[in-house]
Each structure stands twice: as structure tokens, then as C-alpha cells.
Design a protein. Structure first.
Length: 480
């Protein structure tokens, strides 16, 4: 890491209270924290997989807590028929709560099965001030496809702004509403490559602040822009120089005038491992399994390359879904490709495939499973160079172990992400950033906004990955 401004997190902040919201069975992501004005109630929304091992369905949940005590039983808002993601919450003038998120219409389509899926932004309104009864969800922009990652804020005059990704990285859309329900599109924010995951805040002067991630110089970075009219935007200097990819930023402004940004380093990228192995028989058996830690309940594998160092011959295998077209110099191994002597290669059992939006033809597709599996290939004895590509399941810690004919070749795939917190003091010109230590957790990611609460307290939620579980945590952050 080459960074002029990242210091140890505890030099500037400390976590004086931490409460974990744990679900041992299912995976919880994308926490959105909202403080209810005039009360001690804190509202938290997130999305949750239908099971720990299958990503094909997820739902939006909401809960609340009084005075940092126990959370109420979560209430499911979405309909349970699709992959629902990235909720955001706002309180309306009449006391009701509005939640917005994006969704794919059918399970397992996109991002896991390529660009054929269509995403829309959905909204739902509570029936009253309680959070356990909700009206049916509604489409926000039914005339527009490929919408992702909505973020909402309320101005000091009582109207609302919504920003979201559109066109799968092509631009950001921004819309305005007088009531937080009916929206009028204003303008698009363009000029950035692969722009995604925006967040929005508005200060007392009416200045609109938008933070997002985009690709620049072959790395994903975080950018901050501001505007007085939601049409003309001015880029702000963050002085954030880190070699890691950065993503999932959030922005907020507290009552004392401090501006806050939270974000994470992003190691949710495929990794490649090379080894030299000696084979003494005519068959190579790759055993793949997961270590089950840090929420990585499934192993994954994208591709295997086997090069004979004596003859120079090479075999390449790519693991993908049945609908994926072949690529030059690679043999496609689909989830139901079982080994046979006639083929000379295949799996020991049927598994499941996934395709994500990011990556190339190799790194975007893979197979996965929660139980060990073997990939078997016929070959000649000799010395081989193996090159294996693996995608992370849920965290930067890949958690996939691989052996060849009983000898482990991939055993330590840790590359943990961490959270970064930045602040801009009133009348200051320079942002200051600090790294948040992962503490006893293996990894902490997906931070929420920092929320201004009573007694000058600042709260933040995030996802944590430990040896035994994955869940959500709430931190009471104090400035040193």
C-alpha cells in the first residue's frame, strides 16, 4: 500500500460499543442505517440470502432498535421471488417509512447468469409508523431498465433526492421528489468508466454530495462530486491514494457540519495460483473443498491450466454454465459434466454454476458447491505447472482448498478487505482517512453511512466475517 493519508484507525477513532446482529443460517449484506428524528429509534435494513449456500434468491429485511438495546424481530419487505439487493431507507413527512432497493425479476438470472437479466428499482411503504406491516412493493421507474443501487436522502426543506446506477456502469441517474414516493428524473451523471454504487447526502446549504466508485488507471477508485442544482457537478479531491481497489462508498453529514465517507478495500476479485506438481500416474484428480470460514460456505473454481514442462503440451479447462459459449484453447466443463473414460475428463458429481457481471470470459464464470468435489482428467506422468483461477464466494478470503492426487496445492487464499473512514471537518479543505482495524474478525466490509445520533454519538453498521459466522455489526464510533 502506498498512501500518504491512511493511518491506524484507532489513532483517530475508537469503537466504544459494538452489537452484533447475527443470523447463523443465512447471509446478511448491505446494511443501511437510519436514525429516526425526535426519538431513540434506530432503523436498519439489509438484504439476506434465502440460504447460506445458494445466492439465487434474497430478500429485503428491516428492523429497529430503541436506545441501542435489542433489535425487534426482522420483517421481510420483498416478495421472496427474486434476487433483491441494496436497500436504502428514509422517513417520510407523515411518519411512514419508505424503503427502496433493486431487484432481478427471476431468481438466478443476473448478476449470476450474465447480462440477460433486467434490474429495476422497487419501493415499499410501511402502512403506518410501525415497521411490521407493509404495502405491496411498486416499481419506481417502470419505463427504464438496468437500474441498480438506489440511494436516497432528504433535504432540510423536506423534499427528497434519489441517485442510482443505470445501464450497468454507464451512468448515474438522479431524481427528485416532493413526497419521497413520486419521482421526477433530473439528469444523468456521466464521464466515468464503470460507474457504480452511488450514495448521496445534502448539507444545510442545499449542496448535493454524491460519492461512487468507478474505474480509473485500471483500478476501481472512489470519487466525490458536488452540485448546487443536481445538473452541474464539480469533482472533489479526496487525497485517497491506495493501491487496492476501493468500492461501496457511503457519504453523510452530521449536525456539527462534519462530512463523513465510509468505504472498503475490495478484494472480491478472482485470484490465480500457480504450482509445480509431479504426477506419477495417468490421472490427475483435483479435489476442491471450502474451509467454511468467513461466510465462505461454498468452494469455487473458474479454470485450470495444466502444462507439461517436459513436452510443452498444455490442457486448459474452463468451468461454466451450460449456456456459455466456448472459448478458444479451453475445454468447457459444465455443472453436469461427469467424468467418463471416453471423455477423459469431468467432475465426480453434479454441481452448480454462476456467472457474474464483472470479469472476462474466464474470471466471470465458475462452478461452486458446499460439499467437496473432484475434477478428474486423464494425462501422462510428468512434471506439470498448474495455474488455477478461483473466485471469492462472499468475502476477500476465498476459502477454497485444492489438492492434486492427495497433495495440497492451494491452502491459504486469504486476502481480507477492510473498512476506511474519512472525515472533512467544518471549513477544512482536506479529507482525512483512517483504516478501521478488523479486530477479532477475519474481515469487515460493506459499511453503512455514519449516522449522527443523540449525545454527539456517531453510529455505523457493517458486515463482519469471523471463523464461525457472518453477520451484521453496529458500532458506536467515538472521535479521539
Amino acid at each position: 500500500m502506498t498512501n500518504r493519508v491512511i493511518n491506524d484507525f484507532n489513532n483517530r477513532f475508537r469503537v466504544v460499543h459494538q452489537l452484533k446482529v447475527v443470523n447463523h443460517k443465512n447471509i446478511q449484506f448491505w446494511p443501511f442505517l437510519c436514525a429516526e428524528s425526535g426519538s431513540n429509534r434506530m432503523i436498519l435494513s439489509w438484504y439476506q440470502y434465502s440460504s447460506a449456500t445458494s445466492p439465487e434468491q434474497s430478500d429485503i429485511y428491516i428492523s429497529c432498535m430503541e436506545s441501542l438495546e435489542e433489535w425487534m424481530d426482522p420483517c421481510r419487505i420483498s416478495g421472496g421471488i427474486s434476487y433483491n439487493n441494496a436497500p436504502c431507507v428514509i422517513k417520510l413527512e407523515d411518519g411512514r417509512t419508505a424503503v427502496y432497493w433493486h431487484s432481478w425479476r427471476s431468481p438466478g438470472v443476473c448478476p449470476f447468469e450474465g447480462t440477460g437479466g433486467i434490474t429495476y428499482i422497487w419501493g415499499a411503504l410501511s402502512k403506518g409508523k410501525r415497521l411490521d406491516q407493509w404495502l405491496d412493493p411498486f416499481l419506481v421507474f417502470p419505463d427504464e431498465e438496468k437500474q441498480l443501487y438506489p440511494s436516497i436522502c432528504r433535504t432540510f426543506s423536506g423534499d427528497f433526492y434519489l441517485v442510482y446506477s443505470k445501464g450497468y456502469g454507464g451512468a448515474l441517474g438522479i431524481a427528485h421528489s416532493l413526497d419521497g414516493i413520486h419521482w421526477v428524473k433530473i439528469n444523468d451523471i456521466k464521464g466515468y468508466k464503470s460507474i457504480n454504487r452511488p450514495d448521496i447526502a445534502i448539507d444545510k446549504d442545499g449542496t448535493i454530495w454524491v460519492v461512487f466508485s468507478a474505474v480509473e488507471d485500471k483500478r476501481r477508485k472512489v470519487f466525490l462530486i458536488k452540485s448546487e442544482d443536481a445538473i452541474n457537478w464539480e469533482r472533489q479531491e479526496l487525497n485517497l491514494d491506495i493501491e487496492d481497489n476501493l468500492d461501496r462508498p457511503k457519504v453523510s453529514i452530521d449536525s456539527s457540519g462534519y462530512h463523513w465517507i465510509t468505504l472498503q478495500t475490495d478484494h472480491w476479485q478472482p485470484q490465480t495460483f500457480s504450482n509445480t506438481v509431479e504426477l506419477s500416474d495417468n490421472r490427475a484428480i483435483f479435489r476442491v473443498e471450502s474451509d467454511k470460514t468467513a461466510g465462505n460456505y461454498n468452494w469455487t473454481i473458474n479454470a485450470i491450466q495444466m502444462k507439461n514442462l517436459e513436452s510443452g503440451s498444455q490442457k486448459n479447462y474452463r468451468f461454466c454454465g451450460n449456456e456459455i459459449a466456448g472459448i478458444k484453447d479451453y475445454v468447457s466443463v459444465t455443472p453436469d459434466c461427469i467424468y467418463s473414460i471416453d471423455k477423459g475428463f469431468g467432475l465426480s458429481r453434479s454441481v452448480v454454476s454462476m456467472k457474474r457481471m464483472m470479469g472476462d470470459e474466464i474470471t466471470s464464470s465458475f462452478i461452486y458447491g458446499d460439499k467437496p468435489c473432484e475434477f478428474i482428467m486423464d494425462t501422462q506422468p510428468g512434471t506439470y505447472k498448474t495455474t488455477i483461477t478461483i473466485s471469492p464466494w462472499l468475502s476477500g478470503k476465498v476459502g477454497t482448498y485444492i489438492s492434486v492426487n492427495g497433495t495440497g496445492i492451494i491452502q491459504d487464499t486469504k486476502k481480507e478487505s477492510y473498512i476506511i473512514v474519512g472525515s472533512l471537518a467544518p471549513k477544512a479543505r482536506k479529507w482525512e482517512f483512517s483504516k478501521m482495524d478488523n479486530g477479532m474478525d477475519l474481515e469487515r466490509t460493506r459499511p453503512s453511512r455514519i449516522v449522527d445520533w443523540k449525545d454527539n454519538r456517531r453510529l455505523m453498521t457493517w458486515c463482519y466475517f469471523s471463523e464461525l459466522e457472518q453477520g451484521l455489526a453496529l458500532g458506536d464510533i467515538a472521535t479521539v
